[in-house]
Design a binder for this molecule. Structure first.
Ligand SMILES: Nc1nc(=O)c2c([nH]1)NC[C@@H]1CN(c3ccc(C(=O)N[C@@H](CCC(=O)O)C(=O)O)cc3)C=[N+]21
Length: 303
């Protein structure tokens, strides 16, 4: 007898992200040919965190593939805050730069909040500036943080746009994922619960979820028996762990994938789930920011 207990559909974030990037590429093509505008994205990395460098490399490659300009600034780990703020000021005033992303977390001598506050909200393609979070929670249409935007697009794709009335449980309350995602799912008329490390009987809360999102940063934290049969599971975790063979490292999510896939209706893998969507949404946000800055309508990008 073969034992294949997997029932869940694998949500192919890699393929969905590739479709989004192709559309962005067509939008950029229209902006260049009809308006002489090439969107530019500046990425600032402070220090040499090796995991961060993988994202920065992927971002650069995909930015260029979409036909945009990529401006990279690699600063020394000891860079004083004032120097970073000066760079941001220059990028804010540079007309070739339409989007600015400062990779987080920053080294301890630099305040994340001070840096985010210094970015021109119109160029804030991460959607982290208070003006943009305020607009999001007031029902406006600002740039939305890329990872939660990617999660909501994966869910709409998986559930055929039919999110209304479903109970979404988000485990994690960060400004980067949990809080903005709660807003996006509320807009889709989900009933939203934000759970976290102090939640009582977290497994029981998770078992109520039609949509379960894990964004806690702890490898395989969410177990199979926390999942309601048939639920859609989105795994935001990107944890590098020992794979048991000679110090090699592999990527695992915040969900124990094999256990969860035996119960869930659909689930994102790690890698190949949320990660590629984050970058695709960054490129999407950069096109939208560019058009807003130039007073242009966003091209449809239909093929
Ligand atoms: N200001 C800021 N904005 C961010 O959006 C931001 C940040 N700082 N700091 C770091 C985190 C992390 N992040 C990822 C993006 C893509 C992948 C990604 O493409 N992952 C691939 C695999 C990559 C690999 O193999 O290492 C995947 O999951 O399939 C991962 C992680 C964006 N972040």
């Amino acid at each position: 007898m073969t034992t294949n207990t997997t029932t869940a559909t694998r949500i192919d974030g890699k393929a969905i992200a590739a479709d989004i990037r192709a559309r962005v590429g067509r939008q950029v093509h229209t902006l260049v040919s009809d308006h002489g505008v090439t969107p530019g994205l500046a990425v600032v990395l402070v220090g040499e965190d090796s995991a961060s460098q993988v994202y920065v490399r992927n971002k650069r490659k995909q930015t260029l593939e979409a036909g945009m300009q990529s401006f990279e600034h690699n600063l020394d780990i000891d860079t004083p805050q004032a120097e970073l703020l000066e760079l941001i000021d220059r990028l804010n005033r540079d007309p070739a730069v339409n989007g600015i992303l400062v990779q987080l977390p920053l080294p301890e001598q630099i305040s994340d909040a001070a840096v985010i506050a210094a970015i021109d909200p119109d160029k804030d393609v991460d959607g982290f500036h208070e003006v943009n979070t305020g607009r999001l929670w007031s029902g406006g249409n600002p740039p939305v943080p890329c990872t939660p935007l990617g999660c909501s697009l994966l869910l709409k794709h998986t559930l055929d746009g039919d999110l209304a009335g479903r109970h979404a449980v988000i485990v994690g309350r960060s400004n980067i994922v949990g809080k903005p995602l709660a807003n996006l799912l509320l807009r889709e008329n989900c009933t939203v619960t934000i759970a976290h490390s102090k939640t009582r009987d977290l497994p029981a809360v998770c078992r109520q979820a039609d949509i379960l999102v894990a964004a806690v940063g702890r490898p395989k934290f969410v177990r199979g028996d926390w999942i309601k049969p048939g639920a859609a599971v989105i795994d935001v975790g990107i944890n590098r762990v020992d794979d048991g063979s000679e110090g090699k490292r592999k990527l695992v999510g915040d969900v124990a994938f094999d256990e969860a896939a035996a119960v869930a209706g659909a689930i994102t893998p790690v890698p190949g789930g949320v990660g590629p969507m984050t970058i695709a949404c960054l490129l999407h946000n950069t096109v939208h920011a560019t058009c807003a800055q130039k007073g242009l309508t966003v091209p449809s990008g239909e093929g």
